[in-house]
Design a protein around this ligand. Structure first.
Ligand code: ADP
Ligand code: MG
Length: 243
C-alpha cells in the first residue's frame, strides 16, 4: 500500500548541511498499524511528512496505492494528499475561530463537496468520535482529548486510506490519550485504515502491530508483533530507548 525506496533528506542551515534521513526503505501493507519510535531528532516527523507529501525528499520515492507521490506536480500532489491521507498532529492544529462542526467540514468544503454530503458526513463523524452535543463548541471550549478527536474526525472527512499521526497523544494524559488510541485502533480494525503513528511512549506503541525504530536517520529495527510476543517486543524497545 505504501512503498518507500531509498528515501533521503538533507536540511540546510546556513553553511552546513545535515542529512536527516539516510536511505529509508519500507513497505507498509493496507490496514497495518505502525508505530514509529526513536530518540528526539532521529527524523520521525521528517519521515512522516515525506510519507504524506507535506515535504519533498532529496532522493528516493514514496508511493501510496501504486502512485509515486513525489513525481506529481505540486498541485496534483496536494489534491492527492487531501483525498488519500489524513494528518493528525500533537497540537491538534484546529482552527480556533471555527466550531467543531466547521473544523470537520473544512476539508470537504475546500474540496467543493455538496452541502448535503458535508452535513451528513459531519454528523456521522461527530458520532464516530463521540462528540455529540459539542458540535457548536469552539476548540477552546474542549478538553485536549476532545480536540484531538475533532482533529481525527477532520482527518477522516475525505475518507483517506491512511492516517499519519505525529505524537497524537503527546499532549494528553493517560486517560484521554487512551481514548484517542482506542479510536485509532477501532479505525484500523473496523475500517481497515492504515495508521502510521509517531510516538515516544511505549504505552501508545503497544497499540500498534508493528514498531519501526529510527535512529540518526536510519531504521534500526522493524518488528511485527506475533501473537503473544507483544510484551517481549515492547520490553526490547524500552531497552533500546534507554541506550
Ligand atoms: P524527530 O521527529 O524524530 O524528533 P525531526 O524529523 O523533527 O525529528 O528532525 C530531525 C532532525 O532534523 C533534527 O535534528 C532537527 O533539528 C532537524 N530539522 C528538522 N526540521 C528542520 C528544518 N526545517 N530545518 C533544519 N533542520 C531541521
Ligand atoms: Mg517529531
Amino acid at each position: 500500500m505504501i512503498t518507500v525506496k531509498n528515501l533521503t533528506k538533507w536540511y540546510q542551515t546556513g553553511e552546513t548541511s545535515f542529512q536527516v534521513l539516510k536511505g529509508i526503505d519500507l513497505e507498509i501493507a493496507q490496514g497495518e498499524f505502525v508505530a514509529v519510535m526513536g530518540p528526539s531528532g532521529s527524523g520521525k516527523s521528517t519521515l512522516l511528512n515525506l510519507l504524506g507529501g507535506l515535504d519533498t525528499p532529496d532522493s528516493g520515492e514514496v508511493s501510496i496505492g501504486g502512485k509515486s507521490i513525489h513525481d506529481l506536480q505540486e498541485r496534483e500532489r496536494t489534491l492527492f494528499r487531501r483525498k488519500n491521507v489524513g494528518f493528525v498532529f500533537q497540537n491538534y492544529q484546529l482552527l480556533p475561530a471555527m466550531t467543531v462542526e466547521e473544523n470537520i467540514a473544512f476539508p470537504m468544503e475546500a474540496e467543493g463537496l455538496p452541502k448535503s454530503v458535508v452535513k451528513a458526513t459531519v454528523s456521522s463523524l461527530v458520532k464516530a468520535v463521540h462528540l455529540q452535543g459539542k458540535e457548536g463548541n469552539f476548540p477552546s471550549q474542549l478538553s485536549g482529548g476532545q480536540q484531538q478527536r475533532v482533529s481525527i474526525a477532520r482527518a477522516l472527512a475525505m475518507k483517506p486510506s491512511v492516517i499519519l499521526a505525529d505524537e497524537p497523544t503527546g499532549n494528553l494524559d493517560r486517560k484521554t490519550g487512551t481514548e484517542v488510541l482506542d479510536l485509532l485502533l477501532s479505525l484500523q480494525q473496523q475500517d481497515r485504515l492504515t495508521i502510521i503513528m509517531v510516538t515516544h511512549d511505549v504505552f501508545s506503541a503497544s497499540y500498534a502491530d508493528r514498531i519501526i525504530f529510527l535512529r540518526d536517520g536510519v531504521i534500526e529495527m522493524d518488528i511485527k508483533h506475533k501473537e503473544g510476543d507483544k510484551h517481549d517486543v515492547l520490553a526490547g524497545i524500552l531497552a533500546l530507548l534507554n541506550t
